[in-house]
Design a protein around this ligand. Sequence first.
Ligand code: GLU
Length: 305
Amino acid sequence: MASSPPETAQPVLRFAPSPNGRLHLGHALSALTNERLAAQMTGRLLLRIEDIDRERCTPALEQALRDDLAWLGLVFERPVRRQSEHFDDYAVALGDLRRRDLVYPCFCSRQQVRAAVLAEEAASGRRWPVDPDDAPLYPGSCRACGRAEAQRRIAAGEPHVLRLDMARALAAAGGELSYVLIDAAGQASTVAARPGRWGDVVLARKGVPTSYHLAVVTDDALQGVTHVVRGRDLEAATDIHALLQRLLGLPTPRYHFHELLTDETGRKLAKSRQSESLADLRAQGMTAVGIRQMLGFGSAAGSTP
Ligand code: GLU
């Protein structure tokens, strides 16, 4: 069973955007859903800046993001946690997993992984299994690389990432994994987590000594987050989070996944697709009240529609 925080604790929610582009309406929906649920539960509302990707995240984008949220009338508790200031915390979690031999170095480039998968598909005549994001599962080429060989390659400066050995991790976790899901009607149910469908996920890479998965579970625990409210696009990844929480002895928050906004072609809004930003809408004369109303959140900050 998931070890959830006690029901009696004051709820703690967080909005956790990445400053790697301008915020769009989808982010506004996520932030406002967090605000509404925090108000309904008399909970605390935190802002966390998820800026582990030091190449794509910039101080200017973080400032723009904070300006957009303030313009929307969102008020968060201080201090704001900025992930790039806490790499040491993620290193402790990673070190714990490494000591237990649950992580291994992988020297395969993306092209090598793609080539190995294509070769397997050609040999078997079957499609190679994919993860919930439709990416081919890592074929495991480096899993069997002995410790001495891996040390030699690392010492020689070969670029590598660190992957979770999913089979060993599942064995170490022992037993069923689950988390409590709160649906749109506020009903709670326990859902089974199946992290195995993600294969050997990357937990750290060159230049970024952690991954989204490791940082998010570490921070949710350190910040005492009791309710994670985020888009449905992160529902499947929650299985990995439940596994990491079990392995690291962290509590598993309750989860609510809100629907995603889509564009006129039916695809979810994304910074990478240059979806119209809140700043664009503001420049076109849209008001914060207008955005709140458009997304179904009444008109005033903190109001419960
Ligand atoms: N930083 C993630 C994003 O911007 C969200 C993380 C989360 O809510 O767990 O998509």
